[in-house]
Write a protein that binds this ligand. Sequence first.
Ligand SMILES: Cc1ncc(C[n+]2csc(CCOP(=O)(O)OP(=O)(O)O)c2C)c(N)n1
Ligand code: SF4
Ligand SMILES: [Mg+2]
Length: 474
Amino acid sequence: MKSNILQKSDSFYDIFTRKGGTQLQSTHYCPGCGHGILHKLIAEAISDFGIQDRTVLISPVGCSVFAYYYFDVGNIQSAHGRAPAVATGYKRSNPDSIMISYQGDGDLAAIGANEILQAANRGEQMTVFFVNNAIYGMTGGQMAPTTLIGQKSTTTPRGRSAQNEGFPLRMSEIIATLEAPVYVERVMLTDTKNIARTRKAVRKALSIQIEKKGFSFVEVLSPCPTGWKMTPVNSKKWITDVLSRYFEPGLKKDVSEDRQPVIQMRPQPHFDQYHELLDIKSLSDELKDIALPEIRQVNDEIKIAGFGGQGVLSLGYALANIAMGHAYQVSWLPSYGPEMRGGTANCSVKISDLRVASPIIDNPHTLVAMNKPSLKRFENDVQPGGLILYDSGLIDTAPERKDVQVMGINATEEADALGSTKAANMIMLGAYVKLRGYLSKDYILKALPLIIKNKAFTELNEKAFKRGMELAKI
Ligand SMILES: Cc1ncc(C[n+]2csc(CCOP(=O)(O)OP(=O)(O)O)c2C)c(N)n1
Ligand code: SF4
Ligand SMILES: [Mg+2]
């Protein structure tokens, strides 16, 4: 392999800014810590395999949280224990990426224990480097699930006792019992020979992912002189003499020869399939003759909020479906209040001519506020230049924002006049469609009864939608 062990790998940044000052070549790790050695082995492998531009390293919560200061690859910092979930999401939507889930023993075997087991059991195409230093290093030396019986920590000052804290978890052995994982090995960072073994394991684990064979897992017994209150030299000796007696190094599972590459396809249904997939096929059949307006450059992030029972979720659902019927990319994310009817509810709808990366909206372009608490809660979040549509019948104080377009629609009273308060949401839909102007009225009138299937509301919804269009004055 290409790398020269004396040189800094290309997959590291030239300068490590974490420590600042004059120490721009040093990491933030304590002297004798194993994290730095493992980083080096991983960085070298990334460079040697030529995968730097498609590698994404997920750093955990723990001492290695700052891995993104060192690795010049795609970096994501995940919540404690959630690295395998983040890696799963990224990999599934970017099958050619190389995902590294880098995790400590607190992160992987305590708060994230279920997460890693499920990811391993699903055989996610990722490589996990599990740094077992038998302690919570970052937070000052608390007991980890891998702390040995009798080992002292700040939370087990008299030593871990099986009766109180249970037995140390052998994660490699547990994961090796699962059907899906391809390769599981435990190694240790003690001496040259074992570091060479670790180097080999790192490369093997990454090759399995490069070959698209599945889930690979390397547990690394790693010194934590600070947490163990030992010198670096004694820490290595302790791994050899004590830690590795319980966590036996070696190959736990390798079925890489038997496994065929699994080519993950990015799920990209053709537009025509969406309605079928969503079980509203009739929508595409019945509406195929309606001429739709040209797709425009649209990027509307819409927050719709009100009381549970006002139909704010249905309004968002209808809007998302209508836009999808026009071939826009959409997302609809409901958020229920603690109680359904009478509580608050809101939903986030994104409509775009481009792919929607995330359904979450922090700063909407459009706010549809159906009651006072919702206006109060979201008014200040609306982007400057955005739109606030509010039910002026229920909200007696108009929005204060001067940098957005504001329009009050007396939706509830107008809906009452049409026969039912419940149609207020469709009045708001009509107002939105009129003001934004990129959706087809003809299409909506035909699509609405197919989206909101309760026939009792068909006529009312149509009237309300039309009334909303009339009420919205451009
Ligand atoms: C949700 C959550 N719970 C707890 C913490 C506190 N916390 C930070 S790091 C850590 C454990 C780190 O230990 P480990 O994963 O073994 O990594 P190490 O520092 O030993 O490399 C904990 C419990 C947190 N940051 N977030
Ligand atoms: S506390 Fe332990 S794991 Fe953390 S940097 Fe120091 S030696 Fe490394
Ligand atoms: Mg640890």
